[in-house]
Write a protein that binds this ligand. Structure first.
Ligand code: ARG
Length: 438
């Protein structure tokens, strides 16, 4: 009871002050601002996301949706709600730079393809968003969805109507006729209605980029080479020319959007880096020259090295064509070996899981793979916090537990530096000062 009274008093002072200010400053009627809600989180240690040594006995002071101050043993402001997490480790909310929140494999490939429509995805997608948030991922870059479901979901989350992570969305991935985004391998008389991300040649590509920006894309995704989960024969042959990719990136930059390029193949990877994309997704067959180019241009690599395990174990049971399973076998191991090479070469690498290929909420399983294939736990955590924030262009608002940023804070029971699988068991999630899991 006492604490509530104190809050009331602070609130009253705040209201009087802000009302007075509003009158003197503008001479017009402004709504008095509500008193700030102050929350304090305490724990045993804090990994702030920037790669430095953990801070012991952290106190994080939060005002409304923002972090106000962070330090060891800071005093608790009067009226604050204190969340004492005891022996836990605090971290910044995790960031997954490659998700497809609007879908997830069902029980059967052909059922998914022909018996479901985007409406089926639209009615369940909010569950995937919630699972992702509760797994500790407070931000995602969602790189491809049908029918603008991603835009609707981002907007509903931002309005507070559904529960999910902060989202940057790509709308439809831009792809070539017969390519990774097209319905290859089926009868030429079969077509599925709907918005379509297919564009060939510079003019069509430029127009599609403009259309996507018009409908709400934050980032442009291009399928620059063949892929695994599509029925082209190759898993890496280039699908756009250098000129087409240059035009796509030029157009996106004109509209102040970054480009994420799906590229498994060696040549296509080099083309997208030369064209100036911000990140290469998958990067499975990147060679030494590709790694060198990425380092020179500062291009991020987003390598989804967990999902091979899931595809190999589950996709044959789900009736995926043998061809696709064989393509995965070509990619899986090589991608992990090249991940290690890229880490050793000091390439810029951000966390991206391709969740949606496997169940949403399992995103954190990739940390153990990243450590198995050459990163330190600290590097893997950085890849999913400050580095990912940098890739998204959101370093000013997320990616670390620092004053001024959004209060996106998670906690795990133990010490993820000693056991990175702790990040598969996130126990506390706060996004923008609101607790979603405790
Ligand atoms: N969406 C990607 C594709 O179809 C998934 C690749 C998964 N495999 C892998 N080893 N990362 O190409």
């Amino acid at each position: 009871m006492k604490r509530v009274d104190q809050v009331g008093q602070v609130g009253l002072v705040g209201v009087v002050l802000s009302a007075a200010l509003a009158v003197t400053m503008a001479g017009q009627t402004l709504q008095p601002t509500a008193p700030k809600k102050i929350t304090v989180i305490k724990a045993a240690r804090l990994i702030d996301g920037q790669g430095g040594a953990p801070l012991a006995n952290p106190v994080v002071v939060i005002e409304d949706d923002r972090i106000a101050s962070v330090g060891a043993g800071l005093p608790v402001p009067a009226g604050a709600e204190v969340i004492d997490l005891g022996g836990a480790t605090l971290l910044p909310g995790l960031i997954d730079c490659h998700t497809h929140l609007t879908g997830q494999p069902g029980e059967n490939y052909y059922d998914d393809m022909f018996r479901k429509s985007p409406i089926d995805s639209a009615v369940v997608a909010h569950l995937y968003a919630t699972r992702t948030l509760l797994a500790g991922f407070t931000t995602v870059r969602d790189v491809g969805a049908s029918e603008l479901i991603d835009v609707a979901m981002r907007n509903a989350i931002n309005r507070g109507e559904i529960v999910g992570p902060r989202m940057q969305v790509a709308t439809l991935a831009v792809g070539a006729t017969g390519g990774h985004g097209d319905m290859s391998g089926f009868s030429p008389y079969l077509s599925i209605k709907g918005l379509d991300g297919i564009a060939d040649g510079i003019d069509e590509i430029r127009k599609l980029v403009r259309t996507e920006v018009k409908y709400g894309a934050d980032v442009i995704k291009v399928a620059a080479t063949a892929g695994v989960l599509s029925e082209e024969d190759s898993v890496g042959a280039p699908q756009f020319s250098q000129e087409e990719l240059n035009a796509l990136v030029d157009e996106a930059h004109m509209w102040e959007k970054r480009v994420a390029a799906h590229a498994h193949g060696t040549e296509g990877i080099k083309r997208v880096i030369k064209a100036g994309v911000t990140s290469v997704e998958h990067a499975s067959f990147i060679d030494d020259e590709g790694i060198r180019l990425a380092r020179e241009k500062g291009t991020w690599l987003v390598m989804d090295i967990y999902n091979d395990d899931y595809i190999v174990a589950e996709f044959a049971k789900k009736g995926y064509p043998q061809k696709i399973i064989e393509k995965e076998r070509l990619v899986g191991r090589a991608q992990r070996e090249n991940f290690r090479k890229a880490v050793q070469a000091g390439a810029k690498m951000a966390f991206g899981s391709d969740a949606g290929v496997y169940p949403h909420g399992w995103n954190g399983k990739q940390f153990a793979k990243m450590v198995e294939w050459g990163m330190t736990p600290n590097q893997a955590i950085k890849a999913a916090t400050i580095d990912a924030a940098e890739l998204l262009g959101w370093r000013d608002r997320i990616g670390s537990v620092e004053a001024g940023k959004f209060a996106d804070v998670i906690a795990v029971t133990g010490d993820p530096i000693k056991d990175v699988t702790e990040l598969e068991r996130v126990k506390f999630v706060m996004k923008g000062g609101v607790v979603y899991k405790r």
